[in-house]
Design a protein around this ligand. Structure first.
Ligand code: PEP
Length: 246
């Protein structure tokens, strides 16, 4: 079995207005002129998903509700995201887990909702600074993976993003050896879960990825792409990471 095609995904978080369409168009021109040897995804705020066309760049979402419709003021369902043309939705980002108290069970329910609508769920996992200091990284990540992947998930609709919480937005990154160790544990869990096909599930690394460190991080065994926050907001910065795969 070969390695999966890499995915470089941008998480815009709560940034982006209607004018940000221009930034996506700039990225699309850079990709059409210079190429991209990986899949490229932007997850903008839900307010502008409908304005963006996915030519050369997939448009995804940052979260979805676990139900398809109903009395859930302010929430957005996977069906609505599918209706807008999304093929991916992130679930369980650490900012959702901390800001909204999302447990593994809730993350799993959201992933089920996404996958039932034909979307791929990007399931985010990662240890906090304190957990890392206590030597709990592998236990925490293992529990998150086991608790967040739906029973009916298949390789095609599952992406894992390993994002150490202490590396998100801080400019700090784990060493390549540390990333390799965690990604190997995740790969083994995926192989236990999906058999040989577990090799084809993409495992993204996220946390302060930028053009200057992307090559080192993306070269690590079992790293099949990146989930990028701050450096995905500007087309030039983001393309610098995408170009790692040229
Ligand atoms: C993220 O938000 O998922 C992320 C990895 O952010 P940053 O790249 O800014 O650390």
């Amino acid at each position: 079995m070969t390695a999966p095609k890499a995915l470089v995904a941008g998480n815009w978080k709560m940034n982006g207005l209607t004018a940000s369409k221009k930034e996506i168009e700039k990225l699309q021109s850079m990709i059409s002129e210079n190429g991209a040897n990986c899949d490229v995804l932007i997850c903008p705020p839900a307010t502008i998903i409908g304005l963006l066309s996915g030519k050369g760049v997939e448009i995804g979402a940052q979260d979805c509700h676990m139900n398809i419709s109903g009395a859930h003021t302010g929430d957005i369902s996977a069906l609505m995201l599918k209706d807008l043309g999304c093929h991916y939705v992130m679930v369980g980002h650490s900012e959702r887990r901390s800001d909204h108290g999302e447990s593994n069970d809730m993350v799993k329910s959201k992933a089920i909702a996404a996958q039932q609508q034909g979307l791929a769920a990007i399931i985010c996992v990662g240890e906090s600074d304190a957990e890392r200091e206590n030597g709990e990284t592998l236990d925490v990540v293992t529990a998150q993976i086991k608790g967040s992947i739906p029973e009916d998930a298949i390789v095609k609709n599952t992406v894992i993003a390993y994002e150490p919480v202490w590396a998100i937005g801080t400019g700090k990154t784990p060493t390549a050896d540390d990333v390799a160790e965690v990604h190997m544990v995740i790969r083994n869990l995926l192989m236990d879960r999906f058999g040989d096909e577990g090799e084809m599930v993409r495992i993204l690394y996220g946390g302060s990825v930028k053009a200057s460190n992307a090559h080192e991080l993306m070269s690590v065994l079992n790293v099949n792409g990146a989930l990028v926050g701050g450096a995905s907001l500007k087309a030039e910065d983001f393309y610098g990471i995408i170009a790692t795969y040229q």
